[in-house]
Design a binder for this molecule. Structure first.
Ligand code: ADP
Ligand code: MG
Length: 758
């Protein structure tokens, strides 16, 4: 026999009500080597290992890739010419032909009492031997009609029964009304064998304990685990597949959320969490000194942030906000709260330019709030550095802003209660942890605030950062509704220059962003959410780092391109204006100098590589021309265009591209269509496969096999809330209800390293 038929599945479910010792045995057998399963010979075990299947658990979790729904089968006579269908029929003959010397063709004649179907299978010569008259097979594919016969070319083909009425002691399989699962297989372990192995593994583990607490299962009407595995592996109906998937996906999520929360808890174990005063004099002075009223979203984000800072638990708060939405001023409240609590705060930014800019925009606010502050980067003069470090160690300095320079051992705050990390995705886990640990000498777990402009939709953020509290700023103070984006063919770049000139004449400034040569659009896309390295800043090279966008070929190419472009524009296009150049190959001081001159309006047109991607704020700049825009990821383009339309004046963005490919142009068109970073992110994600989305970014995320982080938002919210509740009630997972859960967690994550999350 090949697969357990529906009726057998039902029988198994009936048998699942077995006695307690059996349940324990069944549960334990999940973690036995896969070789214990019937049909798994040592040779096959080796083949399975290549698929990542080493235990019985792996095998029962090897979910079908697709299902053949034979309840929808038609007869050969009914098979509609020109469309696809699934049907089962008897093999009449199978012949190997060689139409050309190096091409094999197996021609299979199928009959079913209503007609004859000829199936052509190319390049599978072994089929001619394997398929013998009398076997029952299922085929799924498009029906054509040629030379007097209905035909299918390279359909999906599956052997349902070795021979009618005989074969291996198995009764002939009743096909109608059943669904055939199709598992990922290999040459050594073909589909039919794989299916039987999975069936046998399920049999071994029948009656396994369910790690989910009963109340959770009741709340969402979730199947038991055993039942869900049975239903996803050998469903009777497609609805069973959906129900099973829901249950198993929920379980994946609950485990992942619990795991992340436990990791976060491990960080604080045995230490006191910083508890912040959130209505002190510094904070009140800051509120009074604000030069503008906070938007509703900013107020909410501030309140959410202060709430977790004021709680007796170590806070990990993530503030999401598109560029220009005003995250800095929200962060300023956290800094003031730290000062109010007799603590100190370190604020780390990924580049020197950004650190200086934070200092610039925070200075007036912190001064008004009476908070002492300083800035430390790789280029801070020795004497000044000495002074800052001393004041930090004495506790006199309340806020220190800086770059990676803050990570050095010499940076020893007396009582750090808050760490703020800007553009957190640009730092590696190690770096973030290193900063957070600066509170340890004082016996404190510092609260952590992460700022990020990466527009990660909430459902995905929960899956990636389950232990964090989250706030969102979705709209900027001067909402960038007054920004337009236009895609231009390369030959029309003159239109962009005309628009730039018009703005220059009105006293505004212009960015021209240069392409990253040597990278295809695909390579770039693959990195929009995942890893990669950023090489913008000389200081970054010292540490491993995770970046939102890769810029690792700080390539000479780019520098040349930007240099040439600047020379060209200065000579030919904007001869009567000052053209400046900024690229990653310049030293920090020169970069700083160029940025400052651009800020002061001494430079009119700034030609740059993606150094300006993050955070740079010159409200007078109103036009951005991005050359070869198709070479950038959507997230990066959106980051870039965030540089204009920030002030009162409307912004104009021109995406120049020579690309002719439909996919590239469609992506650029999305930029034209929407200015909402979250909408773009969702669109971007919809273009990707699941693995690309989660990648290996987060330890533990590998457990998500069935979850789609874009579509399963509601399920993610539930699992997240439930995990929170469980952790609050029983942080050690020691209650009888949670024992199975705890064991399962240990087994699932035994190989995952501890990380601060993210
Ligand atoms: P980002 O989220 O990109 O870090 P910033 O914090 O740099 O954004 O803020 C962008 C600009 O908006 C800054 O010039 C800031 O002063 C200004 N800004 C922030 N909040 C408000 C507000 N509520 N009203 C007016 N301007 C604001
Ligand atoms: Mg910022």
């Amino acid at each position: 026999m090949t697969a357990p038929a529906g009726s057998e599945a039902a029988k198994r479910r009936g048998a699942a009500r077995s006695s307690a010792p059996d349940r324990v045995t069944a549960t334990l057998s999940l973690d036995e080597p896969v070789g214990r399963v019937k049909l798994v010979s040592p040779g096959r075990a080796a083949a399975l290992e290549k698929l990542g299947i080493t235990t019985v658990r792996d095998l029962v979790n090897h979910y079908p890739r697709r299902y053949l729904d034979l309840s929808q089968v038609c007869t050969i006579a009914e098979a509609p010419i020109g469309s696809s269908c699934t049907l089962s029929a008897t093999v009449h003959a199978a012949k190997l032909k060689r139409p050309r010397p190096r091409l094999s063709l197996t021609e299979i004649t199928l009959v079913d009492g209503t007609g004859t179907l000829i199936v052509a299978m190319f390049r599978q010569p072994w089929l001619a031997e394997k398929l013998r008259p009398g076997m029952i097979v299922a085929v799924a594919g498009k029906v054509t009609f040629d030379y007097g016969f209905k035909r299918m070319i390279n359909p999906f083909l599956d052997v349902l029964s070795e021979a009618e009425g005989a074969g291996g002691g198995a009764a002939p399989r009743k096909v109608e009304g059943s669904i055939v699962p199709v598992h990922g297989a290999t040459e050594k372990v073909p589909v039919a064998i794989m299916r039987n192995m999975v069936g046998n593994a399920l049999e071994m583990t029948q009656g396994m304990l369910d790690p989910l607490p009963l109340d959770v299962r009741c709340r969402y009407r979730l199947m038991s685990r055993g039942m869900a595995l049975q239903c996803i592996q050998f469903p009777k109906t497609m609805d069973e597949v959906h129900q099973a998937r829901r249950r198993l996906a929920y379980e994946e999520l609950l485990f992942l959320e619990l795991f992340m929360m436990q990791q976060a808890r491990a960080r604080t174990k045995g230490m006191l969490a910083a508890v912040h005063t959130v209505d002190g004099p510094h904070l009140r002075a800051l509120a009074e000194a604000l030069p503008f009223t906070l938007t509703d979203e900013q107020q909410r984000a501030r309140d959410e942030l202060l709430a977790v800072m004021g709680s007796p638990f170590a806070a990990s708060h993530m503030l999401f906000g598109d560029v220009g939405t005003g995250k800095t001023v929200v962060a300023a409240h956290a800094l003031a709260a730290a000062a109010d609590s007799g603590g100190q705060a370190l604020l780390m930014a990924p580049t020197e330019v950004l650190a200086r800019q934070h200092e610039k925009s925070l200075s007036p606010l912190l001064d008004a709030a009476g908070v002492t502050h300083g800035v430390l980067t790789g280029s801070t003069a020795a004497a000044e550095r000495e002074d800052l470090l001393e004041r930090l160690a004495s506790g006199e300095l309340q806020v220190l802003i800086g770059t990676h320079a803050l990570l050095e051992d010499a940076v020893r705050p007396a009582r750090m209660t808050l760490a703020v990390i800007d553009e957190q995705q640009r730092f590696g886990v190690d770096q973030r942890e290193r900063l957070l640990r600066k509170g340890e000498p004082a016996g404190l777990v510092a609260d952590a605030l992460f700022l990020t402009a990466t527009p990660i939709p909430r459902s995905m953020a929960l899956a990636l950062f389950g232990s964090f509290t989250l706030s969102y700023l979705r709209h900027g103070p001067h909402d960038a509704a007054n920004r337009t984006t236009k895609v231009l063919a390369k030959k029309d770049v003159g239109l962009a220059y005309d628009a730039a000139r018009a703005q220059l004449e009105a006293g505004h400034q212009v960015y021209v962003v240069c392409p990253l040569i040597g990278k295809s659009a695909e390579e770039r896309d693959g990195l929009a959410v995942g890893g990669g390295r950023q090489g913008d800043d000389e200081e970054e090279l010292a540490f491993p780092c995770v970046a939102i966008e890769s810029d690792d070929d700080l390539a000479d190419d780019d520098i040349t391109a930007a240099t040439k472009e600047a020379a060209f524009l200065q000579a030919k296009v904007f001869a009567d204006y000052e053209v400046g150049l900024l690229h990653g190959g310049m030293d920090a001081a020169s970069k700083q100098d160029v940025m400052e001159r651009f800020s002061r309006g001494e430079i009119d047109v700034l030609v740059a590589t993606t150094v300006i991607e993050v955070g740079v704020d010159v409200p007078n700049a109103t036009v951005m021309v991005i050359q070869d825009a198709d070479r950038f990821g959507l997230a990066q383009l959106h980051q870039l265009r965030g540089r204009v339309g920030r002030g009162e004046a409307p912004g104009e963005v021109f995406l120049v591209s020579a690309s002719q490919t439909e996919a590239a142009l469609a992506r650029l068109a999305a930029m034209e269509r929407t200015d909402d970073g979250y909408e773009l992110a969702a669109y971007d994600l919809s273009l990707r496969r699941e693995g690309d989305i989660m990648g290996n970014r987060q330890s533990g995320a590998g457990v998500l096999r069935l979850v789609n982080v874009v579509r399963d938002g509601a399920l993610i919210e539930c699992a997240h809330a439930d995990a929170r509740a469980i952790m609050e009630a029983d942080p050690e997972l020691a209650l009888p209800d949670h024992v199975a859960l705890a064991r399962e967690m240990r087994l699932l994550f035994k190989n995952d390293r501890v990380g601060a999350g993210g």
